[in-house]
Ligand binder design. Structure first.
Ligand code: FAD
Ligand code: ZN
Length: 228
């Protein structure tokens, strides 16, 4: 069975994001996948990248450099336990699903903090081992999120601009940088403003997509895919 890590950022289990997460746990479980959920709010995940992430002595305590200190701490096995735990989950996973509501054209801060703190140099990337040779190659990622704005607002030429523009930092800048291939995003537009029935359809569509997910090809994660 394949291994899936769902990194989930919503405060409320009864939210649509909560339901989307549950649908994924259930459907992937049915397929025989082993599914792990990092429920960031429930874990009270620390989003801030600080010197608390390094256990013991710093390389340079006179002038703190987070990137350098985290890289060295990773090498020495001196990262804080919460980071080591998340890295283990990532290492074991074949697929990472990020489930969240869109906040300011991006992921909620708690999830951005997960990216900032977990994807440490030496673990996820190590220049020039980035993009296609990033250290997490052979893994897949999928961004699954909900919006306030409608599909029309996020269409090409729409008032908010093509939804693909805001996928560029997440899919290319973060995941592809770390070598991870990305599957097409799964977007539920404006769940708060549609009927109960339509929301049920959204959840069904997600379950349906998951049934054949492993047959999907990654997106062509080049500037053209986002900006053409
Ligand atoms: P919820 O309100 O939790 O869910 C919608 C409805 O679905 C609820 O009535 C819930 O009861 C119902 N539901 C849950 N489960 C089921 C089920 N199983 N069956 C049927 N119904 C169900 N939006 C943008 O477009 N762009 C932005 O830049 C943006 N920035 C934001 C910044 C902030 C700080 C905040 C707070 C919001 C922002 N938003 C933005 C809006 C946000 O993206 C949406 O509010 C969010 O995506 C809605 O998802 P939810 O899971 O929170 O919805
Ligand atoms: Zn890319």
């Amino acid at each position: 069975g394949r291994k899936v890590l769902i990194v989930y950022a919503h405060q409320e289990p009864k939210s649509l994001n909560g339901s989307l997460k549950s649908v994924a746990v259930e459907e992937l479980g049915k397929q025989g996948c082993s599914v792990t959920v990092s429920d960031l709010y429930a874990m009270q995940f620390e989003p801030r990248a600080t010197r608390n992430d390094i256990v013991g002595c710093l390389l340079n305590s006179e002038q703190f450099n987070y990137g350098v200190e985290a890289r060295e701490a990773y090498k020495r096995g001196n990262l804080s336990d919460d980071l080591i735990e998340e890295q283990k989950k990532v290492q074991e996973a074949d697929l990472l699903i990020f489930q969240f509501p869109l906040y300011w054209f991006s992921m909620p801060a708690i999830m951005k903090g997960w990216m900032d703190r977990v994807l440490v140099e030496g673990f996820a990337h190590k220049f020039p081992d980035c993009y296609d040779s990033g250290l997490l190659k052979d893994k897949l990622a999928l961004f699954s999120f909900t919006t306030g704005g409608s599909r029309e607002m996020y269409a090409q030429g729409g008032i908010s601009g093509d939804i693909r523009y805001l996928l560029w930092p997440m899919q290319h800048g973060i995941m592809h940088y770390c070598g991870v291939k990305v599957l097409a995003p799964h977007i539920c537009f404006a769940p708060e403003y549609v009927s109960e029935e339509k929301r049920k359809e959204m959840l069904l569509a997600w379950a349906q997509r998951l049934k054949t997910l492993w047959k999907e090809e990654p997106v062509n994660c080049s500037p053209e895919w986002y900006f053409k």
